[in-house]
Design a protein around this ligand. Structure first.
Ligand SMILES: Nc1ncnc2c1ncn2[C@@H]1O[C@H](COP(=O)(O)OP(=O)(O)OP(=O)(O)O)[C@@H](O)[C@H]1O
Ligand SMILES: [Mg+2]
Length: 252
């Protein structure tokens, strides 16, 4: 079983879109996959939760010590389960130093799911909040999606340096699996130039796979569908299918 934290400094960089569609692609490949929504915005939960509402969530695990197994929901899709978030998760972010004990308990709880899942993806809120740190603490890998734009490249580098520094200091063990260009418009010169710059800066750390900008990827969550359900033959599904192969290959 592998645990991957999907993290970035910037909001709106494609974390949740990647968690949903990479998760769906893994499930379609026959990998038993658990998606964990660690973002109080709960966008991932909105898209993939079964219809009935008010079920238990990650907040009960982190704030009230419920067992992880009590909050796992089926998504109605083969090989794809979900632990939903709830707005109350913000309370965990208020803790200035997230209890190390909670982080350890969460990491241990994920480990107990080893028999049931091949892949666990953790969708994080933006920035290195206590919730994102909790994810890194529990993960073997981190994946950082980014939009290719001239702005924010320095911040991205600093963010990855900080995570790496914290890893070296023993705060977590998550190694960078890769930086993913998650929303690229190949018809814009500025985007193409930014992609080249990202390649130059991150070299092997950059996924070869690029997820192109696609209106279908914007529509799908509103319809509570993955891209494979909404537009199975389109460019978004093609990109996320390619990404899953590279994702698994990088873990070997
Ligand atoms: N390849 C793409 N093509 C077009 N739109 C995209 C693509 N990927 C993501 N988006 C859109 O960009 C917006 C932000 O994406 P998403 O919610 O996945 O980012 P996020 O990093 O999870 O944001 P947050 O930090 O707020 O959690 C959404 O409206 C999403 O539909
Ligand atoms: Mg998100």
């Amino acid at each position: 079983m592998s645990v991957t934290a999907i993290v970035s400094l910037k909001g709106g960089s494609g974390k949740t879109t990647t968690a949903i569609n990479l998760g769906a692609a893994l499930a379609l490949k026959g990998k038993r996959t658990l998606l964990v929504d660690l973002d109080p915005q709960a966008s991932l939960s909105y898209v993939l939760s079964p219809e009935e509402r008010g079920s238990a969530s990650m907040a009960d695990v982190l704030l009230d010590s419920h067992a992880l197994s009590e909050v796992i929901l089926p998504t109605g899709r083969e090989n794809l389960d979900l632990i939903p978030a709830a707005p109350r998760l913000w309370e965990f972010n208020q803790e200035s130093a997230p209890a190390r004990k909670t982080a350890r308990r969460f990491a241990d709880a994920l480990r107990t799911q080893r028999r049931h899942y091949d892949q666990i993806l953790l969708d994080c809120p933006p920035a290195l909040t206590p919730l994102a740190r909790l994810a890194l603490h529990s993960a073997e890998w981190s994946l950082t999606p980014t939009q290719p734009s001239p702005m924010g490249l320095d911040a991205l580098e600093r963010f990855l340096d900080q995570i790496e520094e914290e890893r070296k200091q023993g705060f977590h063990e998550a190694k960078l699996l890769g930086v993913l260009i998650a929303n690229a418009n190949p018809y814009l010169r500025v985007t193409v130039e930014s992609c080249l710059r990202l390649k130059k800066v991150f070299q092997k750390r950059l996924f070869h796979t690029i997820v192109r900008q696609s209106v279908r990827l914007v529509e799908a969550p509103g319809l509570r569908r993955t891209i494979f359900e909404h537009d199975p033959h389109g460019v978004g599904a093609e990109n996320y299918s390619k990404l899953v192969r590279e994702f698994l290959h990088r873990m070997d």
